[in-house]
Design a protein around this ligand. Structure first.
Ligand code: HEC
Length: 148
């Protein structure tokens, strides 16, 4: 009986952890901002390399681009209900026009997948071009959905 109760408690713990609806809004906001910061850090590193602000290192560029790609869906798990207010630059439009927001996220996700592919080729000119295209996809969403 005791074992059973412990098993049930463990299960309840897992369920409440995975239910993001129960996450505190301020925690969700911090998590999405942290994910965006990591994306920004890794993307910025590649940007600096293709713009001669930092020595080009193929392995590092591959690592940065793979991380941006891997993290690209993460912030969007945390735009949950109740996170339109507080310490956030997210605009209310995110929840009013969620289809457009989702499309902007998917556009960026497609571009960062390409970025990761291009980084592996070691073709600097192609990498620079793809950094530009990706940056535009970031900016398009920030322009529409993020406070200045
Ligand atoms: C679909 C929309 C969307 C796309 C695409 C997007 N962002 Fe963001 N980004 C946001 C929103 C909204 C915020 C504000 C989040 C908040 O304050 O809660 C943000 C915040 C940020 C921040 C600031 C984080 C902080 O709080 O310090 C950085 C850095 C960032 N984004 C980088 C990027 C980069 C780099 C890309 C492209 C690879 C990108 N973003 C693509 C919507 C987007």
């Amino acid at each position: 009986m005791k074992k059973m109760a412990i098993a049930l408690l463990g299960f309840a713990g897992i369920v409440s952890f995975s239910a993001q609806a129960q996450m505190k809004p301020e925690d969700a906001i911090k998590l999405r901002q942290s994910a965006m910061k990591l994306i920004g850090y890794n993307f910025g590193s590649i940007g600096a390399m293709v713009n001669d602000k930092k020595p080009y290192n193929k392995d590092e560029a591959i690592r940065n681009a793979s991380r941006v790609d891997a993290l690209s869906t993460q912030p969007f798990e945390f735009f949950i209900a109740g996170t339109d207010k507080g310490e956030t630059k997210a605009k209310a439009e995110i929840w009013k026009d969620s289809d457009k927001f989702k499309a902007a996220a998917e556009k960026m996700q497609g571009e960062v997948a390409k970025l990761a592919q291009v980084a592996r080729t070691g073709d600097m000119a192609a990498l620079k071009a793809q950094v530009g295209t990706t940056g535009s996809a970031c900016k398009a969403c920030h322009d529409d959905f993020r406070e200045k």
